[in-house]
Write a new protein. Structure first.
Length: 219
């Protein structure tokens, strides 16, 4: 697959098969993604790659906290204006694909919980940094490597979903990964083979025209 095609065709996968992903494949993905840009070559990203019983336990404990009404360690982001419009647009597409009605609280709760258990993917990658490096530049660098993870995974026929829900609760992560407050969780990536029968996997999001976003000077 050509690089441009991979970039354009990448989209979020929210339903996975149970087929495992080997350690060797994940290592290859991370090796490729590690060529991402970073400020002054700091390469501040670190990875916790989780599968099996550990992943299951973290997901279950996250969902338990959610059901208990525990406050998030990382607050959910509230968008306004055009950004909120784009958010609502993709939510409508997903709910339509999954046949989740506006008043169907049970199914909406089920959908939300899936995000906190990594969409039932066989692998989750938690990206984190040293806490004393948690600044805007470091987060930009982590974003760059995260994007390359999603593209590099496609070479292996794998799908991904970048999810902040993965790190909104920290208790289970720190407990099962043995990571203290000297590490700062940034984002998670669900990784696995896409379930072809999961309707939400067919949902694609549009992109704004360059003409509406870019202002050219001196051309």
């Amino acid at each position: 697959m050509e690089l441009k095609d991979a970039i354009i065709n990448r989209h979020s996968i929210r339903g996975f098969t149970s087929q495992p992903v080997s350690k060797e494949v994940v290592e290859d993905i991370l090796k490729t993604a590690g060529y991402a840009v970073s400020s002054k070559n700091t390469q501040p990203w670190q990875y916790a790659v989780i599968t099996g019983d550990v992943l299951k336990k973290i997901g279950e404990e996250n969902v338990a906290q959610l059901r208990n009404g525990d406050g998030f360690d990382v607050p959910d982001t509230v968008y306004e204006g055009v950004y909120r419009t784009r958010q609502i647009d993709v939510a409508k597409k997903l709910f339509t694909a999954m046949e989740i009605g506006r008043e169907d609280k049970e199914k909406r709760d089920w959908w939300m919980e899936r995000g906190f258990r990594f969409f039932d993917a066989p692998v989750a990658i938690i990206l984190y940094t040293d806490a004393n490096m948690d600044n805007n530049i470091t987060r930009f660098d982590v974003g760059a490597v995260t994007q390359l993870i999603t593209v590099a995974a496609m070479e292996h026929g794998l799908g991904t979903c970048v999810a902040y829900q993965a790190v909104m609760y920290e208790k289970a992560l720190r407990k099962h990964l043995g990571l203290g407050d000297d590490k700062k969780f940034i984002v998670g990536v669900a990784l696995g083979y896409a379930d072809p029968d999961f309707a939400a996997n067919a949902v694609l999001t549009g992109r704004e025209e360059v003409s509406t976003l870019a202002t050219f000077y001196g051309f």
